[in-house]
Design a protein around this ligand. Structure first.
Ligand code: SAM
Length: 456
């Protein structure tokens, strides 16, 4: 096995782990642990009874290891956004946030390298009530998955964007927390990914390291004084980890924050930072560090009153939409020239206008649906955000729920009410159905539909 690894990598790991490198190399040949983190706004631990739960992830209240890897595709709760399949070491971000960032007031948070959304969903489940989270991803093709994962997770105070980090510079000093889960050489995933092993070179590490420095230099400017910058990678080498951390502390005056860890967590210290090794923790390779921006000022930025290319709904239009929302007055509604309606919680109005003014095209607001005359077709979002609507629902058995998700369901249960319904599984909405009695329409988005054949 060791022979199949690049020599440079083997040498590096022997230096990093002089007494336990053999255990490290041995574990690279074992299957990776499987872990999930449930969505506390949709389910509780009891709803996971169908899962082969093994034990709790020590550093996350909603994180659990599984005995084996089930077929997540064929679990309707996975599509309902009831849990996220996430590698356990990464879940330590929760502990870092908890220890470094006060949670007694709403925060502005930027997740700068967000796709596919693992950390974003974790932050969304942690952040204080009333916070605003921007999930940004620079690579356009990765934004689709990010948006889909966030849509399923159903947090109405998370908004997505697609910019190079530099584009955020007009928002200097505006965020209380900036998370940089940086693109890296991926050494920590060698157990999962053979391809990554083949691609290891020192040149690539230096390239990654330089790219990370660029992102960090920008990211630290975006943090409000007194705020937190969190940097993580899924790699071991010092160029991408502590050397970048040291540069940031030295050049930009951002001291690192010490983190408390239980001894049996087996997380090693780096100078500075914290390292997860797969032979010491039940998880993959991961590095994380947190920094404090000195001082106590948050910048106040100006904004206009209107959103770019969008107009507020008139009273008649608002009236058509109001019955779809349990508390319609809590939201602002906008439309584009094609009748697509967007919405956001009113409490975020001025922050979203600031983002709209200082970023080329702002952030994506939430889809509410489509207004056609006085008729309204609700967007998938309205079904996925817990407690947003209070419409009727129909409960589906597992086999019907899977057919619904494949868009192949032919019949509704006889007791299904007529009109617009959410199709639920174990009480959790999967999406929309419109029941006209003799027939019904399945509004589950085609882009999300299960493509695999269901095993009988
Ligand atoms: N935070 C994600 C999660 O937990 O699911 C994983 C992020 S992944 C480690 C790093 C991300 O950075 C990738 O989505 C990648 O497309 C993005 N990225 C690549 N180059 C970048 C750059 N120059 N600036 C910012 N992000 C970049």
């Amino acid at each position: 096995m060791i022979n199949l690894l690049p020599t440079g990598f083997v040498e590096q790991m022997k230096k990093l782990l002089p007494t336990d490198f053999e255990q490290f190399f041995t574990v690279l040949d074992t299957p990776p642990p499987v872990s999930i983190r449930y969505n506390p706004r949709k389910i509780s631990f009891e709803n996971l009874e169908h899962m082969p739960i093994k034990s709790q992830v020590p550093w996350h209240p909603y994180g659990y290891y599984l005995e084996s890897r089930p077929s997540f595709t064929f679990d309707p709760l996975f599509h309902a956004g009831a849990y996220y399949v996430q590698e356990a070491s990464s879940m330590f971000l929760h502990e870092v946030l908890k220890q470094t960032t006060p949670s007694d007031k709403p925060l502005r948070i930027l997740d700068l390298c967000a796709a596919p959304g693992g950390k974003t969903t974790l932050i969304a489940s942690w952040m204080p009530e009333g916070s605003l989270l921007i999930a940004n991803e620079v690579i356009r093709s990765r934004v689709t998955t990010l948006k889909q994962n966030l849509l399923k997770w159903g947090n109405i105070n998370v908004f997505t964007s697609n910019y190079d980090p530099e584009t955020f510079l007009p928002l200097t000093g505006w965020f209380d927390v900036v998370v940089v889960d940086a693109p890296c050489s991926g050494e920590g995933l060698f157990r999962k990914n053979n391809q990554a092993r083949q691609e290891w070179t020192t040149e690539n590490i230096e390239l990654c390291s330089a790219r990370q420095r660029r992102i960090l230099r920008i990211a630290q400017q975006l943090v409000a004084t007194g705020g937190t910058l969190i940097y993580s990678t899924c790699t071991y080498n010092s160029s991408e980890n502590e050397m970048n951390a040291k540069l940031l502390s030295a050049e930009d005056d951002l001291p690192t924050l010490p983190l408390k860890r239980y001894e049996n967590w087996n997380i090693r210290s780096r100078q500075p930072g914290y390292q997860f090794y797969p032979h010491l923790v039940e998880g993959e390779g991961f590095y994380i560090n947190a920094f404090r921006k000195a001082g106590r000022v948050r910048s106040n930025l100006k904004h206009k009153k209107e959103f770019y290319k969008l107009s507020y709904l008139n009273n008649k239009e608002k009236k058509a939409i109001a019955p779809w929302f349990a508390e319609p007055d809590n939201y602002s509604y906008l439309k584009d020239s094609e009748g697509n309606v967007y919405f956001f919680p009113k409490e975020h109005g001025s922050d979203l206008l600031i983002l709209d003014y200082h970023l080329p095209v702002g952030v994506w607001l939430h889809d509410a649906g489509q207004l056609k005359g006085d008729k309204f077709i609700p967007a998938h979002t309205l079904a996925m955000v817990p407690s947003l609507t209070h419409v009727n629902s129909v409960e589906l058995e597992e086999s019907d729920a899977l057919l619904y998700l494949k868009k192949e369901l032919n019949q509704l249960p006889v007791h299904a009410p007529s009109g617009w319904l959410t199709a639920n599984y174990k009480g959790i909405p999967l999406g929309w159905i419109r029941n006209m009695g003799s027939r019904f329409n399945n509004y589950y988005p085609s882009t999300l539909r299960i493509l695999k054949e269901i095993k009988k």
